[in-house]
Design a protein around this ligand. Structure first.
Ligand code: NAP
Length: 323
């Protein structure tokens, strides 16, 4: 059997959500039943998609915000995937057909993201961007994790969070924030975690490990007497975030204008980061948080985008089952 052969029959065409012009999902995103199944390059595997998740970057890219560095239209959106390997390229070293995997399919989120993403029956992905799915997680849970958990991990690392330090998380209830709280506690050993949200989500923040849940409708976090070693801004409130950090501490932002000494970064997808975090998922210490309005079946992907775009999602907006 050569390395490109397969025991599963793979069709030449598939169902996928796609857009041919930039705009809102309700206007431009269409279900196409005749998209070519992507070819696999030598370093890639073909995944039969079981679940996918939406990220704000999907909506912003669809609006044309990254036109200058985007792949050509038409675009099948979707960064996050969980599914089964059905074909491997000739240079693939570890993964094999039948492996259950998850990951963020775009190494660089904003620079030439793939034209054929995860909102499809099949997607082709570099082996190095994937990890084996923890057996205790469903495909929907695994799909919810990659981009957000890698963003949480990279930000905490860059900010230098370490055992015994305190952290304030702005936007604790979102896709990234729910994981920042959990990684801060269980992976980085933070001694004190505070996080912000609206009133109805404070209990969620505490259940994820926040010692202090701050209702942003009632309190200004920047006026609290206690300052933090690290502030992780997942909202775009850098001007206020820098007022909540201790002298010599760090403020990391993932969105919005940057006020010194804060810094911003764009996540790099990396399967080995997921492999490193898998034990924390397998032990149940770190949990996937799926928005309770979902998972949305594949046919309701436009409704799922509309929900994401409210900016009120709790944890991750997941598409399952696919197709
Ligand atoms: N730089 C990067 O590499 C990178 C990576 C991932 C994401 N991002 C960006 O980071 C942002 C967050 O991403 P995400 O996936 O976590 O988004 P998300 O899941 O859509 O965030 C929704 C959550 O944000 C909360 N929120 C909104 N305004 C808030 C405020 N003023 N204070 C506290 N919480 C607030 C909402 O809670 P309430 O309803 O309680 O307000 C909601 O639960 C997006 O802009 C995304 O594009 C950047």
């Amino acid at each position: 059997m050569d390395s490109n052969s397969t025991t599963t029959s793979i069709p030449s065409h598939m169902k996928a959500w796609a857009y041919s012009e930039y705009g809102n999902a309700v206007d431009v995103l269409k279900l196409d039943k005749n998209v070519s199944v992507p070819e696999v390059r030598d370093d890639q595997v073909l995944i039969k998609v079981v679940a996918a998740a939406l990220n704000p970057v999907d909506a912003k890219r669809m609006l044309g915000f990254f036109k200058a560095t985007d792949s050509p239209l038409p675009t099948v959106p979707g960064y996050d995937v969980a599914g089964v390997v059905v074909k491997v390229g000739s240079q693939v070293k570890h993964l094999k057909e039948g492996d259950e995997v998850y990951g963020d399919i775009n190494e660089e989120a904003l620079n030439n993201p793939k034209q054929f993403g995860s909102l499809a029956e099949y997607t082709a992905v570099e082996e190095k961007l994937l990890a084996l799915k923890p057996k205790n997680l469903s495909f929907a849970e695994a799909a919810s994790l990659a981009l957000a958990i890698e963003t949480a991990n990279e930000g905490l690392k860059r900010a230098g969070l370490s055992t015994g330090k305190s952290i304030l998380v702005l936007g604790g209830a979102g896709g990234v924030g729910t994981l920042v709280i959990q990684l801060a506690k269980h992976v980085f050993g933070a001694s004190k975690i505070a996080a912000t949200s609206s009133s109805g989500k404070l209990e969620l923040l505490k259940s994820l490990g926040a010692d202090l849940a701050i209702d942003y409708n009632k309190e200004n976090f920047e006026d609290l007497p206690d300052k933090f070693d690290v502030v992780y801004d997942a909202v775009g409130q850098c001007d206020k975030a820098v007022k909540a950090v201790k002298e010599g501490g760090s403020v990391v932002a993932i969105i919005g204008a940057v006020t010194p000494p804060a810094f911003i970064f764009v996540v790099t997808s990396n399967g080995s980061v997921l492999e490193k975090l898998n034990p924390f998922l397998e032990s149940g210490k770190v949990k996937a948080v799926i928005d309770p309005k979902g998972p949305f079946p594949f046919s309701q992907t436009i409704e799922a985008f509309s929900h994401l775009e409210t900016g009120r999602a709790i944890g991750k907006v997941v598409i399952y089952p696919v197709p």
